[in-house]
Every structure is written in C-alpha cells, then in structure tokens.
Design a protein around this ligand. Structure first.
Ligand SMILES: Cc1cc2nc3c(=O)[nH]c(=O)nc-3n(C[C@H](O)[C@H](O)[C@H](O)COP(=O)(O)O)c2cc1C
Length: 257
C-alpha cells in the first residue's frame, strides 16, 4: 500500500473480529517497530506481546474493572482483540546512555530532562505498529491506561525499573465499532497547527509563503509522489476525510477504557 494511503486509512479501531493474527505477521510488525528512531539510539523500550484470550485476559483484568466490563458497550468488541503489544520504557537507560562520552556534554544524565526521551522514544514504535497494521490489512488501537499499570506490570513479570507506556491492540476489525466521542473534535487543520518561521506570522492561509525554501541556494525539493487533486495539485493525505461520525455527532460513549 502507498505510504500516503496507509496514513490516510489509519484510525483507532476498538472492535475486533477475534480471528488470530498469525505470529509471523506479529513478528514482521515488531521488526518494523524496531526501526523506530531513538534518542542516542538508546532504544530503551520493551514490548510484551500478548496473544489469544488467556494472555489478553491478564491485560484486561489488570486495567479494567468487572463493572466497566459489564457495562461498557465497547467491551465485547475490545475483548475479541486477538493480540496486544504492551509497551514499557526504562528511564534509566537514557540516563546511562547520556552519561556515555559522546553524550555526556549534554548534561542530561544528571537531569532534569526537558523532555522525557523514554516516553518520546516509545511513541515512535507505537506509531510504526499502528501504521504497519494498516499496511498489513489489520486494525489497531493504541490504549493509554488510567488504572492498573502497576498490577499489569506485576502480572506480566515486568522489572520494577520499567514504566508502562501504553498498549497497541492488533487484529482484524469487527463490528460494531461506535466512533469515539473524541472524534467529534475533528482533526486540527494545518492553518491552526503549523506556524511558518514564527509563531505569530506566516501561518498557513495567513500570508505565509508556505516555507517553500525561497532563498535557499539549492531551491526547494521536489516531492516524488503524493496524492493530487483533479488539477494535479498536491493535497494533504487527510484532505476530504472527515473524522466525525456520519451526521457529525458520534453516538453516546461510555468512555474509552
Ligand atoms: C497517548 C494516547 C492515548 C490514547 N488512549 C486511548 C484509550 O485509552 N482508549 C481509546 O479508545 N483510545 C485511545 N487513544 C486513541 C485516541 O482517542 C485517538 O487517536 C484520537 O481520538 C484520534 O482518533 P484516530 O486515531 O482514530 O484518528 C489514545 C491515543 C493516544 C495517542
């Protein structure tokens, strides 16, 4: 699948058919995740792969309550997820790495860290898993957790120095999958997000030159490919795609797990 198509199709799927994901495919997705960038090439993350109901029940038992499972309209679809990659990170790995000779001048080893690289780093493999799933014809969902992280780590035998990051559910999509309430917010537009050169000037649609590299001796780069509109102009991969449910209003939500 074209990369732009993978990006355009990616969305969080919260209901699965239950059909198992072949282990070679899981390994392929994890291999891709290992290609994620990493601060100082520290790679301070680990993944615990859960497959099938017995494995997955450990995850759900630790992170949800019996009451939530009984009442949630999402539970039947989520419960059918056949695989999960539970991501952990080791903060100390970054202090160790940034104490090494080529990094010690950063001063980060002693902290404080302006940005916690151990969490930033773990986001990249998570995204590769999400995108890889789409490319492989699967569905996926990244779940944060509001409860049970320590119980989960204990149940999975994870060492104490690891911090829980989140979990990527993987599988074939299933029905029903009511849209999350979060989607009613819509996707932010480039003109609201992207500040060209300065925060308060040159916004998309507000007189910016689009950051086209004017003035660079080498001139702008030419994109090799990308979606175009009927007139041959490049368009954002997300153009024309609404994240809102039909009618603009998702149905009532009992909250994300
Ligand atoms: C850090 C993080 C935590 C998230 N936690 C949850 C979660 O606990 N449950 C859930 O259903 N979705 C969760 N999501 C998915 C978001 O709700 C989703 O990405 C957002 O609404 C945009 O929808 P889309 O990814 O389908 O475009 C999480 C996403 C991120 C990045």
């Amino acid at each position: 699948m074209e990369f732009t198509e993978v990006v355009r199709r990616r969305r969080m799927v919260r209901s699965f058919s239950g059909r198992p994901v072949p282990e070679p495919l899981l390994r392929q997705l994890l291999d891709a995740a290992l290609r994620a960038p990493s601060a100082g090439n520290t790679g301070g993350w680990d993944a615990v792969v859960l497959q099938g109901r017995p494995d997955l029940s450990v995850f759900w038992e630790a992170t949800t309550t019996a009451r939530w499972r009984a009442e949630s309209r999402r539970w039947p679809g989520l419960e059918r997820a056949p695989a999960a990659v539970v991501l952990f990170s080791r903060p100390a790995a970054y202090a160790e790495r940034y104490a090494e000779p080529d990094k010690e001048a950063s001063g980060l080893a002693a902290g404080p860290w302006p940005v916690p690289y151990w969490f930033v780093d773990a986001g990249f493999p998570a995204l590769l898993l999400l995108l890889g799933a789409v490319d492989a014809g699967l569905a996926a969902c990244f779940l944060g957790n509001f409860r049970g992280e320590e119980a989960l780590a204990r149940a999975l035998g994870v060492p104490d120095d690891r911090r829980y990051v989140g979990t990527v559910l993987l599988g074939e999509p299933g029905d029903p999958d009511p849209p999350s309430l979060s989607l009613a917010r819509g996707r932010r537009r480039a003109e609201d997000v992207v500040h060209w050169a300065r925060w308060d000037a040159g916004r998309d649609g507000a007189g910016g030159d689009g950051g086209d590299g004017a003035g660079d001796a080498a001139g702008p780069v030419t994109p090799r490919s990308g979606p175009t509109d009927g007139a041959g102009n490049r368009v954002s991969p997300a153009d024309g795609e609404s994240t809102s449910a039909p009618g603009g209003q998702p149905g009532p939500d009992d909250g994300d797990p």
